[in-house]
Design a protein around this ligand. Structure first.
Ligand SMILES: Cc1ncc(C[n+]2csc(CCOP(=O)(O)OP(=O)(O)O)c2C)c(N)n1
Length: 679
C-alpha cells in the first residue's frame, strides 16, 4: 500500500486549498457510501487536478451555466461523477446538497453518470468510456468555427478553452485514439486533457493490458505532452502545467497527472477495489481520519472551504460582465453579426433559410444522395453556420459543400470537416459540436458504417442533440461492393433507438423535405438514409405532394375506384417499385393503395385518426423495403405481408440482386393476390 502523504506544496496555495480538496474528496465518498453504489476512487485521486483547474483556470460562471463564452469542462471518465457533482455544488451551481445526498436515486439531478440534459453545469453525458475525449474535440472545433464566423479585429467574442478529464479506460478506447489523431492533425490549440494516470482500471492494474508509451503516442499525434509526477499533493505543478498547456496554442495538450486511485483510503488506495464500489462505513472513517477530517462528520463542508469555493462565483460573474461589455461594443460595431450570434445561440436558423431549398422536376433521374447533395449546397448559402463532414467518402456521399473550404483547426475557417476514416470519432465529435452549440452540424458515410457510429448516435438521441447523419448507399442497391457494404439490418437497428428520427425519402423531392425536417428539428438527431442508385423524381401533379413527408407516411397514390383491398407501404428506393406493383394489381382488379413511409417516428406522432385512415384495418397491408422485415408487423399486422431481405446481400449489379431477392412488381403482385384469395 502506498503511504499517505498529506503535505501540500504551498507556494501559491494555502491550507484552505487543501481543505477544499479534501472537502471534494470526503463529500464524494460520503455520497457514494450513502447511495451504497458508485465510484469513490477517481474523486479521491483526481480532486487536486480538478480543484486547481476549476479554482485557478476554468472560465465559468456558476450563476449562468449557459454563458456562451465559458470554458467547457468534460468529465470523460463519467463513472467519477461524484467528483463533478461535488465541484458543481461547492462552486455554487444550482445543485443542492440534498441532490448530492440523493446520488444515483430516482428523480435526482445526480445520476450514476453525468447527464447533460439533466444537471446544470454538466457539459456532456459521459460514462461510455472514450466518448468524452471526442466530445471535447468537437467542442474545440465548434469554438474555432464560431471564432471564425464572429470574431472581428478588436472584438474577440469567442475565445475559450475546452478541458477534458480523461482516464486510463478513456485512453484505451479506440475512439479516443481516432479523436486525438484528428485533434493533433487539426492543431486544436485550445483543447487540453488532464489525464488521471493512476495505473488502475476496473479489473486490476492497467498494465495487464496497457503498457505502451502513451506520452510518445500523443507526441506522435502532434500533441504537447506535459507530466505532473505527483498529482496527489503537488498543486503548484498542476497549476504550472495548466498554464503551460494554455500557452501552447499551436497544438492540443495532454497533462499526464500521476495519481493514486482512492487516495487517502488506508485499506484501498492504489488498488482496483477503490475503483467502483463504496469504501464501506469503516473505511470511510479511516479515510477521513487520514485526510485530517473528523471521521464522525458526514457531508461536512468547512466554512473556510465554502468561502474559498465561492470565489468562483465572484470571479465568474466578473468574467461574464466583462464579456457582456465586450458584446455591447461588438453589437454597436457589428449589429447584424450580433443579431446572428443571438439567433445562433438560441438555436434558431436564419429566417430566410428555407428559400434556398430546391425542388426537382418530375422525371428527373437522380439518386437521393445526389438530391441531398444539391439540397445541401443550396442551403449552404442561407445557413452560414452549417458545418460538417464525412469519413473520407464525400465524393460518394455528395456531402461536400462546394466553395466552402476545408475546416482549419487553428483559424476555424472552412466548413467541410475532413474526418478521415474515423467514423466513431466523427459521430462523437459531432455530438461535441452540438453540445457546444452555436453551429449546426452533419456527418456523412455509407449507411453500413452507421454501426461504427452507433454508440455516439445513441448518446445524441439520449441528449436531444440535433446532429444530422447523412447515410448513403442504403441497401443492396449499392450493388457490386457486395454484402459487406450492403446494409440490411441497419434501418431496423436505428429505428430501435428512442428519439432518433430515421428518414428514408422515396424520391428527390422527399429528400428536400427530409432536409427541411432535419434542420427544423432541435430536440434530437435525424438520420437521412439515401440511395446510391437513381430513379425518376415522382410526378407530384398526379401524386400526393412531397410536403406530406412531414407526416411520416402518407397516401402517395390511392386505389382507383373503391376502398383499397391492398395497401403497399414502401420506403426509399422501393417506392417506385410499389407504384409498379400497384399498376399490376389494379390491372388484375385489386384495388390497391400506395403509402410512402419515409419515417416511422414521424408517423407515430400523428393522431390515431390519421394513422388508421392511411393504413385502414380492413385492407391487406404489405411492406416493401430492401432491409430486414424485423418490426414491420407493427404496420402490416399478423395477417400482412413483408417483402424484405432477411439474409445478407450479394455482390452483383444492383438490378440483378433486386431481381434475385424478389424485388419485382410481378412477384409482389402475385403474392399479394394469392394472400387476398386465401382471406
Ligand atoms: C465503453 C465502456 N466500456 C466499459 C465500461 C465499464 N467501465 C467503467 S470504468 C472502467 C475502467 C476503469 O478504469 P479507468 O478508466 O482507469 O478509471 P479509474 O479506475 O481510474 O476510475 C470500465 C471498464 C464503460 N464505462 N465504458
Amino acid at each position: 500500500m502506498a503511504t499517505i502523504d498529506r503535505g501540500f506544496d504551498r507556494v501559491g496555495f494555502d491550507r484552505i486549498d487543501e481543505l477544499c480538496i479534501n472537502t471534494i474528496r470526503t463529500l464524494s465518498i460520503d455520497c457514494v457510501q450513502k447511495a451504497n453504489s458508485g465510484h469513490p476512487g477517481l474523486p479521491l485521486g483526481a480532486a487536486p487536478m480538478a480543484y486547481v483547474l476549476w479554482q485557478k483556470h476554468l472560465k465559468h460562471n456558476p450563476r449562468n451555466p449557459k454563458w456562451a463564452d465559458r470554458d467547457r469542462f468534460v468529465l470523460s471518465a463519467g463513472h467519477g461523477s461524484m467528483l463533478l457533482y461535488s465541484l458543481l455544488h461547492l462552486s455554487g451551481y444550482n445543485l443542492s446538497l440534498d441532490e448530492l445526498k440523493n446520488f444515483r436515486q430516482w428523480g435526482s439531478l445526480t445520476p450514476g453518470h453525468p447527464e447533460y440534459h439533466l444537471t446544470p453545469g454538466v457539459e456532456a453525458t459521459t460514462g461510455p468510456l472514450g466518448q468524452g475525449t471526442a466530445n471535447a474535440v468537437g467542442m474545440a472545433i465548434a469554438e474555432r468555427a464560431l471564432a471564425n464566423a464572429f470574431n472581428r479585429p478588436g472584438h474577440m467574442i469567442v475565445d475559450h478553452h475546452t478541458y477534458a478529464l480523461v482516464s486510463d479506460g478513456d485512453l484505451m478506447e479506440g475512439l479516443s485514439a481516432e479523436a486525438a489523431s484528428l485533434a493533433g492533425h487539426l492543431k486544436l490549440g485550445k483543447l487540453i486533457y488532464l489525464y488521471d494516470s493512476n495505473d488502475i482500471t476496473l479489473d486490476g492494474r492497467a498494465d495487464i493490458t496497457f503498457t505502451e508509451d502513451l506520452a510518445k503516442r500523443y507526441e506522435a499525434y502532434g500533441w504537447q505532452v506535459l507530466t505532473v509526477k505527483n498529482g496527489n499533493t503537488d498543486l503548484v505543478s498542476l497549476d504550472e502545467a495548466l498554464t503551460a498547456a494554455k500557452k501552447e496554442t499551436s497544438k492540443p495538450s495532454i497533462i499526464i497527472v500521476k495519481t493514486i486511485i482512492g487516495f487517502g483510503s488506508p485499506g484501498k488506495q492504489g488498488t482496483a477495489s477503490a475503483h467502483g464500489s463504496p469504501l464501506g462505513p469503516d473505511e470511510v472513517k479511516l479515510t477521513k481520519k487520514a485526510l485530517g477530517w473528523d471521521p464522525e462528520k458526514s457531508f461536512y463542508i468547512p466554512e473556510e472551504a465554502q468561502h474559498r469555493f465561492k470565489d468562483q462565483i465572484d470571479q465568474g460573474s466578473k468574467s461574464e460582465k466583462t464579456w457582456n461589455e465586450k458584446f455591447e461594443a461588438y453589437t454597436k460595431a457589428y449589429p447584424d453579426l450580433a443579431q446572428a450570434w443571438k439567433e445562433a445561440q438560441a438555436g434558431e436558423l436564419p429566417k430566410n433559410w428555407q428559400s434556398a431549398l430546391p425542388s426537382f422536376k418530375a422525371g428527373e433521374s437522380l439518386a437521393t444522395r445526389e438530391a441531398s447533395g444539391k439540397v445541401m449546397n443550396a442551403i449552404a448559402t442561407t445557413l452560414p453556420l452549417l458545418i460538417g463532414g464525412d469519413a473520407d467518402l464525400s465524393c460518394s456521399t455528395n456531402t461536400f459543400l462546394k466553395d466552402q473550404g476545408s475546416f482549419d483547426g487553428q483559424t476555424g475557417r472552412g466548413r467541410n470537416i475532413h474526418y478521415g476514416v474515423r467514423e466513431h470519432a466523427m459521430a462523437s465529435i459531432a455530438n461535441g459540436i452540438a453540445y457546444h452549440g452555436g453551429v449546426r452540424n452533419f456527418t456523412a458515410t455509407f449507411f453500413c458504417f452507421a454501426d461504427y457510429m452507433r454508440p455516439a448516435i445513441r448518446l445524441a438521441a439520449m441528449n436531444h442533440l440535433p446532429v444530422i447523419y447523412v447515410f448513403t448507399h442504403d441497401s443492396i442497391g449499392l450493388g457490386e461492393d457486395g454484402p459487406t457494404h450492403q446494409p440490411v439490418e441497419h434501418l431496423a437497428s436505428l429505428r430501435a433507438i428512442p428519439n432518433l428520427w430515421v428518414l428514408r425519402p422515396g424520391d428527390a423531392n422527399e429528400t428536400t423535405e427530409a432536409w427541411r425536417l432535419a434542420l427544423t428539428r432541435t430536440d434530437g438527431p435525424v438520420a437521412l438514409v439515401l440511395s446510391r442508385q437513381k430513379w425518376a423524381a415522382l410526378d407530384r401533379t398526379t401524386l400526393a405532394p412531397a410536403s406530406e413527408t412531414a407526416r411520416g407516411a402518407y397516401i402517395l397514390k390511392d386505389a382507383t375506384s373503391k376502398a383499397p383491398q391492398a395497401v403497399l407501404i414502401a420506403t426509399g428506393s422501393e417506392v417506385p417499385l410499389a407504384l409498379q406493383t400497384q399498376t399490376e394489381l389494379e390491372k388484375r382488379g385489386v384495388a390497391t393503395r400506395v403509402v410512402s413511409m419515409p419515417s416511422w417516428e414521424l408517423f407515430e406522432k400523428q393522431p390515431e385518426s390519421y394513422r388508421s385512415l392511411v393504413l385502414p384495418a380492413q385492407a391487406l397491408k404489405a411492406s416493401i423495403e430492401a432491409g430486414v422485415t424485423f418490426g414491420w408487423s407493427r404496420y402490416v399486422g399478423d395477417q400482412g405481408l413483408s417483402f424484405g431481405i432477411n439474409r445478407f446481400g450479394a455482390s452483383a449489379p444492383a438490378n440483378v440482386i433486386f431481381d434475385q431477392l424478389g424485388f419485382k412488381a410481378s412477384h409482389i403482385a402475385d403474392e399479394v393476390a394469392k394472400k387476398l384469395a386465401k382471406n
